[in-house]
Ligand binder design. Sequence first.
Ligand SMILES: [Zn+2]
Length: 418
Amino acid sequence: MSGLHDEFEAGDTIPPDAPGAEAWGKVLADARANEAEIPSAYCIERLIREACAEGATHVHLEALADRVRIRFRISGRMRDKLELPRAVRHLLIARIKVMSHLDVAERRLPQNGKLRFGDFDPRYAVELRVQTIPCEHGESVCLTLPDPPERAPALAELGLSAENLARVRRLLERGRGLVLFAGPPRSGRATAMAAAVRETAAAGRVVLTAEDPVRAHLPGAAQCQVVQPHGLTLARLLDAFALQDGDVAVAEGLDEPEAAVRALRLARAGMLVLGGLRAPDAADAVLRVAERAGDPFLAADGLAGVVALRQARRLCGCRTQEEARPEERALLARAGAPESARVFRPAGCDLCAWTGYRGVVGIHEVLALDGGLRDLLVRGPTPDEWRAEVKRKLGRTLYEDAIEKACAGATSLVEAAS
Ligand SMILES: [Zn+2]
């Protein structure tokens, strides 16, 4: 192992007062104590194990001017993990590239790959996505951990209010039309779609999914992988679904116009289509799809409804309950909640690493398109006109749902209103 000698040497030549030198010294000492042959590989493996154990979704290795910063994203928030000297950056990044079969010499272009961690330790058999990107101070890397391998949750486990759950079920039971799952990244969109697939597959329907990449295994569904380099685009897979005698088609990303048109056509031909879309709320999601499709008639005819989602951090059990302050009363009033309500605030304990939060809460709004909304969409409404009409048809807006969940103590008012 030529890496052995070089790496211990590189570690030893870092001046003791350089930023991160002490932390790297500890990594080296641990690596020696554990008889690890390559300190950088030891460091990366330990980071991945800790990321798995702490429930992180991403590990970021960021090149800063004088050091490498390593942070985890946990429950949507960044948490500092480790800072190492700038001099070891190449060691770490080259090692990640070797582990994920990327081009070690290429530092000026972004690269994507996969790192199969089970090859190193079967107890942590996970496959991480690896993205490198050239930044001002050198290459940075983002490792994306897979969703937990457990089964997809049931719809009833998503934290939908009783009324919203009934609305979603009505949309799925219609058995035709495009149902959009709209939300920003990390809104729980993929999980909600998996739950919907689980429920429709259990109803004895033929379910075909187009995913990029295929993530959790969905029992009862035929899962297909989009392979861009081979020309197997989402649009092409959806075309194939039209001939496959399917009842339900699932398309994760309807952000491309071609895919949006195909999904709407499938919906119009009588399939139930579940489509994922980046959009902040239900009103916006409909306008985006209509715009991508370039044809308001097709959109109005094909769309059945929208499930819009976002997530707020869940208050840890150590929360406190206090009288609402004046500014909090204003937030409550905006959602029509009683102003006299007592509010919950984050505290902090060992369990939540003194952040006051643990896990996430789903926030939802569910829109079913009716004749009135279809007519309005075809007429080409102004955004204000459209928003006002959608708000009238929604049982409860995202904001109202969030405030309701804050009043029940699931999240804080600050989280709900952000
Ligand atoms: Zn706590």
